[in-house]
Design a binder for this molecule. Structure first.
Ligand SMILES: *[C@@H]1O[C@H](CO)[C@@H](O)[C@H](O)[C@H]1NC(C)=O
Ligand SMILES: *[C@@H]1O[C@H](CO)[C@@H](O)[C@H](O)[C@H]1NC(C)=O
Ligand SMILES: *[C@@H]1O[C@H](CO)[C@@H](O)[C@H](O)[C@H]1NC(C)=O
Ligand SMILES: *[C@@H]1O[C@H](CO)[C@@H](O)[C@H](O)[C@H]1NC(C)=O
Ligand SMILES: *[C@@H]1O[C@H](CO)[C@@H](O)[C@H](O)[C@H]1NC(C)=O
Length: 600
């Protein structure tokens, strides 16, 4: 359904000569506003070659479904129209990741607060099998499938076995995490019988060492199977298989805090055969504000934010060298770091002052806790010499503020979709409003003749070889192939975002490209990937496949049954705190006993 006449404008300017010739396609960027999201894009993920999933909170959205407001939608990337989806509970501030078989999992959320429709989503696990025929929907039934604890502002990541890990957050909403509302644990979906917890949550000391600003911790899978975890001013390497902090990393320099309510953008830089799949993380923005309880009650929308970007190679040598400090052209929180297929990073969205959230600072703008939207993206070339990596030259400036609850993602066509912004309790038209307008940011490579290919199978296994029929634009020289996980975007994080270079071999007549699957499930965990062929920095359309065999993740019935035989951890606390909970909420888990926390 088309929501309204489309407002369209294009802003372009030249970037010729700004970048190394040959490595990146020269030309102009463009920014086009086209389409409306129907629900505000608090959470955003590309789910197929032609569709994206948008999740919002239950509020007075224009998009309706079954006689009431919608709070989830599937966006058609080609027609730029949406159709409503039907989660059973409130998805407000949940997370999401894909399983090895391609099913998307949306986890957690909130009780119903603004409009009395839908159920309490704090423990929800919703499944979505992406389709191309507009015939799929979210499937949710907390009696047969749920999280083992309440999860609000939790992060998630897909593991090498194709299941997902849920990490941190709290059991009730708040501007920041605090010891008395925290959920300092991790768990899995599907649940695992591991570390003496038969599916139930496992305590992580790091999460209690990083109060208060540690909501939505940064969680990045590394090629040795461990995870990079960062929250507030601290970072560590974590081994979920032994439940051990393997190594404490140097603190974020200069006291900059990097997680909610002052989220920095973050990403793993490309893992390629050329860099021997050596992991390097990039984190940009944040704030040096005081996150003590006393000061949190006294914040300002004019609180300065940080322009600091830090990167570190995560091997012995890189960790010994520590964080490399750089500076973005402008300071930001709540921005998104979007990997481009050519290996660069685009920094979009966010605010230059304030904190995330709404209605909690005395000098709020409308309801926004943040001010001074960052209207111009920055481009970062990780391969350039220090001091020459950032530019805003030629990057188009928007006039749409993308603040709290805004998102962005790369699309299969390699443009960047900008969506959302809603620093409000309910839908608002005042500054800063609930934003439904979509923008499409196109890097210069979009204007070139694009390579094309056929022959990608539905699954692509590790170390296996497939041969694609390729059509290389005339004169094309440097040909390569990559796979990308576009991630699941929310609150400045892109759960699972990554780019992995493939070993590839072009035939002499330049019509066949033989590509080899990624070397291991730690370099790219089994699950959805978009394959791009690049010619002199110009990407093809990204075609979807499943890395691995497409098999389901391991399912431990015993662990699942154990999860279902108790109320989610913290449910009793939540009920005690909410004397006005509805009867439906009181009855949700009344047939099973309460959980008791173990290990913390
Ligand atoms: C947590 O502690 C803070 C500070 O003591 C208090 O303001 C807040 O109400 C507490 N929250 C809950 C859920 O107990
Ligand atoms: C609260 O803000 C006022 C005015 O900026 C300042 O004087 C005071 O020290 C602040 N209090 C705390 C606890 O940060
Ligand atoms: C992809 O982008 C190109 C511009 O590079 C455009 O011509 C084409 O229509 C787009 N394809 C889709 C499916 O959006
Ligand atoms: C994928 O795996 C999950 C977890 O086992 C399962 O619930 C879901 O139905 C599977 N999806 C498909 C398409 O088989
Ligand atoms: C519960 O509802 C009553 C009546 O609507 C209201 O006065 C009270 O403030 C509510 N309490 C809480 C904790 O929300």
């Amino acid at each position: 359904m088309k929501l309204s006449p489309v407002l369209r404008f294009v802003l372009t300017s030249s970037i010729f000569g700004a970048l190394t010739a040959g490595q990146f396609a020269p030309g102009e960027w463009s920014l086009v506003q086209d389409g409306l999201s129907g629900v505000s894009a608090m959470e955003l993920a590309i789910v197929s070659e032609t569709t994206a999933m948008i999740l919002d909170k239950v509020e007075h959205n224009p998009l309706q479904t079954n006689g009431h407001v919608a709070w989830a939608a599937e966006l058609d990337l080609v027609t730029k129209t949406v159709r409503p989806l039907n989660p059973a509970s409130n998805t407000w501030c949940g997370t999401g990741s894909f399983l090895s078989n391609g099913t998307m999992v949306s986890v957690g959320g909130n009780p119903v607060i603004v409009v009395p429709v839908g159920g309490n989503g704090l423990a929800a696990v919703r499944l979505f099998d992406p389709c191309e025929d507009k015939n799929c929907d979210l499937f949710e039934n907390q009696a047969v499938r749920r999280a083992a604890s309440l999860r609000w502002y939790t992060s998630s990541a897909r593991l090498e076995d194709g299941s997902i890990m849920l990490f941190g957050g709290s059991w009730v909403g708040g501007l920041s995490d605090f010891p008395n509302i925290s959920n300092p644990t991790y768990e899995f979906y599907p649940p695992k019988n591991i570390h003496g917890q038969n599916g139930t949550p496992i305590f992580v000391p790091f999460l209690t060492e990083t109060f208060n600003a540690n909501h939505f911790p940064i969680l990045i899978q590394l090629p040795d199977g461990n995870f990079f975890v960062a929250a507030n001013t601290k970072a560590m390497i974590f081994d979920w298989k032994t439940n051990r902090e393997v190594r404490r990393l140097p603190d974020v320099p200069n006291g900059v805090r990097i997680s909610n309510p002052i989220p920095a953008g973050s990403t793993l830089l490309p893992l390629t055969p050329e860099n021997n799949y050596t992991p390097e993380v990039l984190i940009c923005g944040g704030s040096t504000f005081d996150d003590s309880m006393a000061h949190l009650a006294n914040l300002s929308s004019q609180e300065p934010t940080s322009d600091q970007c830090i990167r570190m190679v995560l091997n012995d040598e890189g960790i010994a060298k520590g964080w490399e400090v750089e500076h973005m052209p402008d300071p930001r929180i709540m921005s998104e770091l979007i990997l481009l297929p050519d290996g660069r990073v685009t920094i979009v969205n966010g605010a230059q002052t304030g904190v995330s959230g709404f209605d909690t600072v005395p000098d709020q703008i409308g309801e926004s806790n943040a001010d001074h939207p960052a209207f111009t993206p920055s481009l970062y070339d990780p391969s350039a010499a220090p001091g020459k990596r950032f530019t805003q030259e030629g990057l188009p400036t928007s006039d749409i503020a993308r603040l709290y609850h805004s998102t962005a993602t790369l699309t299969p066509n390699a443009s960047i979709l900008l969506a959302g912004s809603n620093p409000n309790l309910d839908v608002q038209t005042h500054v800063f409003p609930t934003e439904y307008r979509l923008e499409w940011l196109s890097p210069p490579y979009m204007q070139h003749i694009r390579p094309t290919f056929t022959g990608l199978p539905a699954t692509f296994d590790y170390n296996s070889q497939i041969t694609l029929d390729v059509d290389i634009p005339e004169g094309g020289e440097k040909v390569s192939a990559i796979i990308m996980d576009f991630g699941f975007a929310t609150h400045g994080l892109h759960m699972n975002q990554r780019l992995v270079g493939l070993v590839s071999q072009l035939s002499n007549d330049k019509t066949k490209l033989t590509i080899t699957g990624p070397p291991s499930p730690n370099i790219y965990s089994p699950g959805p990937a978009f394959v791009f062929v690049l010619v002199d920095g110009v990407p093809s359309f990204g075609s979807k496949t499943l890395i691995g065999t497409g098999a389901q993740p391991p399912l431990d019935e015993g662990a699942l049954n154990n999860v279902l035989s108790h109320q989610p951890l913290f449910w009793d606390k939540w009920l005690a705190m909410n004397p006005n909970a509805s009867d439906a909420e009181r009855n949700m888990f009344s047939s099973v006993p309460a959980s008791s926390p173990t290990g913390f």
